[in-house]
Design a protein around this ligand. Structure first.
Ligand SMILES: C[S@@+](CC[C@H](N)C(=O)[O-])C[C@H]1O[C@@H](n2cnc3c(N)ncnc32)[C@H](O)[C@@H]1O
Length: 276
């Protein structure tokens, strides 16, 4: 599928019917490339390679982040008994998507995906054909929390606990759009006993390399990335109870285990927290 697109699209550029713009890199497709996927175009590969050149650790970091997603969903569906998931900034499907992990542990778990990328939407439609477990897709910008919540409420029961998942998406929300307020609005909409799973690229690990990498990406991509420090990311968990090991680098997260010391590996933080 990607091969066909790759041959017909590069160089033609511009928005295609359905809103797919192959003239500029899109983070969902760049991320797909880093993960070894084939759903990307020449512009995406160029941006992805620019980042790799500045910060080669990105390839390890995105895999560690996916491992966090899998581990967090397993914990939520297994130990925490969560049966409803709102996964915002879904990305192009890869191995161990949220509904697969959750429904493997707890069949019947309800999963709503939210993304604003037309390619993600196309894949989600294809992926969900034939899925009998309750899974839905919402085409929305995360900043429009009213729409996200209203659409998600068609499948999720907001009187019961929900796991809100913001895995590697809030760095695409600039400070001007107040990511803290977005998280607050989402977590206010869910009851006590709900959870927030969040990961976010760091500005304070390998600072020179990641700053250069983000600057290269931002010169090419219309949706800019904002890297943040651990303290800035920790603020996003205000009012919530972080599960051990707390907010740690993405390769260090193991549910319930004590936090290892900070090291010079992954330039990204993650945490899983419960709403009291
Ligand atoms: C880096 S990918 C992460 C994908 C997935 N969460 C994962 O960890 O594998 C970021 C995703 O967020 C989506 N995204 C970016 N900005 C968004 C926004 N404002 N609203 C909704 N989705 C957004 C992108 O289209 C992309 O699919």
């Amino acid at each position: 599928m990607a091969g066909d697109r790759s041959q017909s699209s590069p160089g033609m550029g511009g928005p295609a019917p359905g809103g797919l713009d192959t003239s500029v890199p899109h983070i969902a497709r760049v991320y797909d490339y880093w993960l070894g996927g084939k759903d990307n175009f020449a512009v995406d590969r160029e941006a992805a390679e620019q980042v790799i050149e500045a910060y080669p650790g990105i390839l390890r970091d995105v895999r560690a982040q996916r491992a966090f997603l899998t581990n967090a969903v397993s914990y939520l569906a297994g130990v925490a008994g969560i049966r409803q998931f709102l996964d915002i900034g879904t990305g192009i499907p890869t191995a161990n998507n949220t509904h697969e992990v959750a429904q493997d542990v707890a069949p019947g778990s309800r999963v709503v995906y939210v993304d604003n990328d037309p390619m993600v939407l196309a894949h989600a439609r294809a992926l969900l054909v034939g899925v009998t477990a309750p899974t839905a897709y919402v085409d929305s910008d995360l900043r429009d929390t009213g729409k996200v919540l209203a659409e998600a409420a068609r499948l999720l029961d907001f009187t019961k606990p929900v796991a809100v998942m913001l895995i590697s998406v809030l760095h695409l929300i600039p400070d001007a759009d107040d990511p803290h307020a977005i998280v607050t609005r989402l977590m206010e909409a869910v009851p006590s006993g709900s959870w927030l799973a969040l990961s976010h690229p760091a500005r304070d690990v390998h600072p020179q390399q990641v700053t250069e990498a983000a600057s290269r990406f931002n010169q090419l991509a219309p949706a800019k990335a904002t890297l943040r420090t651990r303290a800035e990311i920790l603020r996003l968990f205000d009012g919530l109870e972080l599960l051990e090991p707390g907010l740690v680098q993405v390769h260090q997260w193991r549910p319930g285990l004590a936090a290892p010391g900070h090291d010079q590996e992954a330039a990204g933080y993650c945490g899983l927290a419960r709403k009291p």
